[in-house]
Design a protein around this ligand. Structure first.
Ligand SMILES: C[S@@+](CC[C@H](N)C(=O)[O-])C[C@H]1O[C@@H](n2cnc3c(N)ncnc32)[C@H](O)[C@@H]1O
Length: 156
């Protein structure tokens, strides 16, 4: 089961998108986009070619839609991300849970091309070897951003 809504902070979002190397060539998918903060930042601050947020909660989705209305390179979809094909993405962002990340492995491997990146906030993807890993202070606790590249280090 996916995580309930808890937004990544601006600092964490900056780390996620910078470590993943988002550029104007990137197609970024945020699985469970909540209020759309990651999508807004990828589209506006990093000028991603396309930033797509998928959110199953209708209320959050309408907030995300409102916040991205003016961004031509942002799309918000009200759906279960299990039902959305990810194959055009070259960067996927996640803030779910270790068990949800484990469940998502098969989908990520089946739909993403080799060399695509998956960047996860706080929770690792069991059995995958990170390309980059950063721990940093976030208020009174520490946060983690972990970047994976689809390929030989990301087995099923
Ligand atoms: C911890 S929040 C992360 C929000 C945002 N990605 C961020 O980092 O700021 C997890 C979000 O995933 C959504 N979610 C969980 N399971 C989902 C699913 N199967 N399909 C679509 N959204 C889902 C929840 O409604 C929630 O908004």
């Amino acid at each position: 089961m996916g995580a309930p809504f808890y937004p990544s902070s601006p600092l964490t979002i900056e780390k996620m998108l910078t470590l993943a190397g988002v550029t104007s060539e990137s197609i970024v998918y945020d699985l469970g986009c909540g209020n759309g903060d990651i999508v807004v930042s990828a589209a506006r601050d990093y000028n991603a070619r396309k930033a797509v947020g998928i959110e199953q909660n209708k209320r959050l989705c309408s907030i995300a839609l409102r916040r991205t209305r003016h961004l031509k390179n942002a799309i918000i979809t009200n759906a279960n991300y299990d039902d959305v094909n990810l194959s055009e993405a070259n960067i996927v962002t996640l803030y779910q849970s270790a068990s949800e990340n484990a469940r998502l492995k098969r989908k990520l491997l089946e739909e993403l091309s080799e060399g695509s990146k998956v960047v996860s906030h706080d929770f690792g993807i069991p059995g995958w070897r990170p390309m980059e890993f950063q721990t940093f202070k976030e208020g009174h606790h520490s946060a983690r951003v972990i970047v994976y590249v689809i390929g030989s280090h990301t087995p099923l």
